[in-house]
Design a protein around this ligand. Structure first.
Ligand SMILES: O=P(O)(O)OC[C@H]1O[C@](O)(CO)[C@@H](O)[C@@H]1O
Length: 408
């Protein structure tokens, strides 16, 4: 029988008061910057902006701000989550809690849930839409490429495992902080530098994943989605190929129920993205949008959200109903750094810990596609750690290194 929690004793959580860490830098500097960017990029009232500024000021050394009832359906849950941390400083509580609460508090302050002129206003809308506009060339190229791959697979009557691997890599690198690795691809699509991509992957189980998809009778794959923007496009290309080539019958995307972590995708972001693609002047892009619309209309592509995904809970604290739903899938694809942190409970595991001894609580095989943007990891070989840390002192947080980790 599957365990409900990690097999190993839990190490300490990452917290903001760990001097000199990226965690400290995030809580004391990056999060205040994000709060101030919300002020700059929106037209909220003076009152709201003052409260956001107050939040920004409190983060480096101040105490958690109280949570006012704002008619969000998760208010009762948050009151419970907050109980153990009352009257504590932001830098003294677990980092994952601090971040999820911070984003929820921004919505609380900006009246996201309350009936007011700001109800439903996504404070990160500008950044999400810019993410799409700045990657137009890469989107065109990628859509063209996927269409070709689909045609080839239709002609040959079989699925090219190499193509699937490449699409998994796209889904992985779509999560990078910058798109510099794409430059070769953009200028010459036949010259997409797979070798260079591979050299930056610290654990690469892509072969195991494509083998599972192609050779076993996989019918449904679920994605725990991360960011809107270019990353979501890469994910949707993988979705398109899996459904269009008939490898998989059904895919469910698990999305966030409200704005969080700046660019995390919600159901409305998927629809906005499809609309954006449908308005393109390039036929390969509009065709891609039409295929996505058809998958959604036929129920081959399902979009769902759940408040667990915006909660401060570790992955093993997943509600039973959602866990049962994930059990319907043959493979769970987990995207991005924050979801990976949730998988590991955002704790100080030794980086060489067998990841299967931590993530032993899910009812389905999973693959984590994650570029490293935090000091959390497991399942790395000691020689890999030695090599990468010698070549890049910021390897844990600069988003230039990735993992494709499969756990059965
Ligand atoms: O979009 P991703 O890959 O989940 O990255 C978000 C991550 O980035 C960070 O903001 C750090 O850069 C973390 O707080 C978080 O884990």
């Amino acid at each position: 029988m599957k365990l409900q929690i990690p097999k190993l004793p839990l190490p300490a959580s990452l917290i903001g008061s760990e001097v000199g860490t990226f965690t400290e830098f995030t809580v004391t500097q990056r999060m205040p910057d994000i709060a101030r960017r919300v002020i700059a990029e929106n037209n909220f009232s003076l009152n709201i902006n003052e409260s956001l500024e107050n939040l920004a000021n409190q983060l480096p050394s101040g105490y958690l701000l109280p949570f006012e009832d704002d008619s969000g359906v998760d208010v009762g849950d948050w009151k419970k989550y907050l109980e153990p941390y009352k009257e504590q400083r932001w830098i003294d509580i677990p980092w994952f809690f601090a971040e999820t609460y911070f984003y929820r508090l921004i919505l609380n302050i900006t009246n996201y849930f309350q009936s007011s002129e700001w109800q439903g206003v996504d404070p990160f809308h500008l950044q999400k839409s810019q993410g799409l506009k700045t990657s137009l060339d890469a989107i065109n190229t990628l859509c063209y490429q996927v269409t070709q791959w689909l045609q080839e697979s239709e002609k040959s009557g079989k699925t090219n495992q190499g193509v699937l691997t490449t699409l998994l890599y796209f889904a992985l690198w779509g999560n990078r902080v910058d798109l510099s690795l794409w430059s070769a691809f953009e200028s010459d699509r036949s010259n997409f530098d797979i070798e260079n991509q591979k050299a930056h992957i610290l654990v690469d189980d892509a072969g195991l994943v494509t083998e599972l998809l192609v050779t076993s009778a996989c019918q449904r794959v679920d994605f725990v989605v991360d960011n809107a923007g270019f990353e979501l496009i890469c994910d949707l290309c993988l979705v398109d190929f899996l459904l269009g080539s008939g490898v998989i019958d059904q895919i469910k995307l698990h999305l966030k129920p409200h704005p969080t972590f700046v660019s995390d995708a919600m159901i409305k972001d998927v629809y906005d993205t499809v609309e954006f693609l449908a308005a393109s002047s390039h036929q390969q892009v509009t065709n891609f949008a039409q295929r996505l619309q058809a998958y959604i209309a036929s129920g081959k592509l399902i979009l769902g959200d759940d408040y667990f995904w915006t909660s401060p809970l570790a992955f093993w604290e997943i509600p039973e109903s959602l866990k049962q739903e994930l059990a319907d899938a043959d493979l769970l694809l987990i995207k991005g750094d924050a979801n990976y942190r949730r998988l590991l409970g955002d704790r100080h595991w030794d980086f060489t810990t067998n990841i299967a001894d931590i993530v032993c609580y899910l009812p389905v095989p999973i693959v984590a596609l994650r570029t490293l943007k935090s000091e959390v990891a497991a399942g790395l070989q000691p020689e890999v750690i030695e090599k990468v840390s010698k070549s890049d002192s910021d390897w844990l947080t600069n988003g230039q290194w990735g993992v494709v980790q499969f756990i059965e």
